[in-house]
Design a binder for this molecule. Structure first.
Ligand SMILES: [Zn+2]
Ligand SMILES: [Zn+2]
Ligand SMILES: [Zn+2]
Length: 149
C-alpha cells in the first residue's frame, strides 16, 4: 500500500510501552537500552511509579535497562554490575530529559565524590541534575546489583 511513509505522527500520550529483546535496542533513546514494557521515560513493567525514570547501564554488555529484571528478561546473558574502573563513564540515564550521569555522580556522597568543576552537586537529592526530575531513592538500596562495590 503506502510505500514511503516515514512512520511518525503518533505522539499523543507519549506513554507507549515497548519491549525490546537483544540484540535490538529501543530506538526512542539515544543510548542502547532494552527492557520490558518500557515507556518513554524508562518506566518498566517492574518499576512503574512516578519516580521510576532512571535506567542503569550494565557492565556485561554496556546496555542500559530500567532495572535488573529487565536485563534478565531481554538479554541472553546474566547481568553484571557496572565496573568500578568505569565509574566516570555514563552509566545512568534520566528517562525524563535523556541526560546521562556517571556512576560517580549518581552515587555521589557515598564514595569519595570529587565534584566536577563548576557544578553544584547536591549529593543528598535523588534528582536529575539536568532537569530536576525526582529519582526513586530505593534504587540505591539495590546498588550492589548495579554498581560494583
Ligand atoms: Zn548485559
Ligand atoms: Zn524492569
Ligand atoms: Zn533529567
Amino acid at each position: 500500500m503506502d510505500g514511503d511513509s516515514p512512520g511518525r505522527g503518533r505522539t499523543a500520550g507519549g506513554r507507549e510501552r515497548r519491549t525490546t529483546y537483544a540484540p535490538a535496542t529501543d530506538s526512542r533513546f539515544q543510548v542502547p537500552l532494552r527492557g520490558v514494557a518500557v515507556d518513554s521515560e524508562t518506566r518498566c513493567t517492574h518499576w512503574n511509579s512516578e519516580l521510576d525514570v532512571v535506567a542503569l547501564r550494565f557492565g556485561c554488555c554496556g546496555t542500559f535497562s530500567p532495572c535488573h529484571a529487565c536485563h534478565v528478561e531481554t538479554a541472553d546473558h546474566d547481568p553484571e554490575p557496572w565496573p568500578r574502573t568505569r565509574f566516570d563513564d555514563p552509566a545512568v540515564l534520566c528517562g525524563v530529559c535523556g541526560t546521562t550521569l556517571s556512576a560517580r555522580t549518581y552515587l555521589a556522597g557515598d564514595s569519595e565524590g570529587r565534584s566536577p568543576s563548576g557544578s553544584r552537586a547536591k549529593p543528598d537529592d535523588d534528582t536529575c541534575q539536568a532537569c530536576g526530575a525526582a529519582f526513586n531513592p530505593g534504587c540505591r538500596r539495590h546498588r550492589d546489583r548495579y554498581f560494583e562495590s
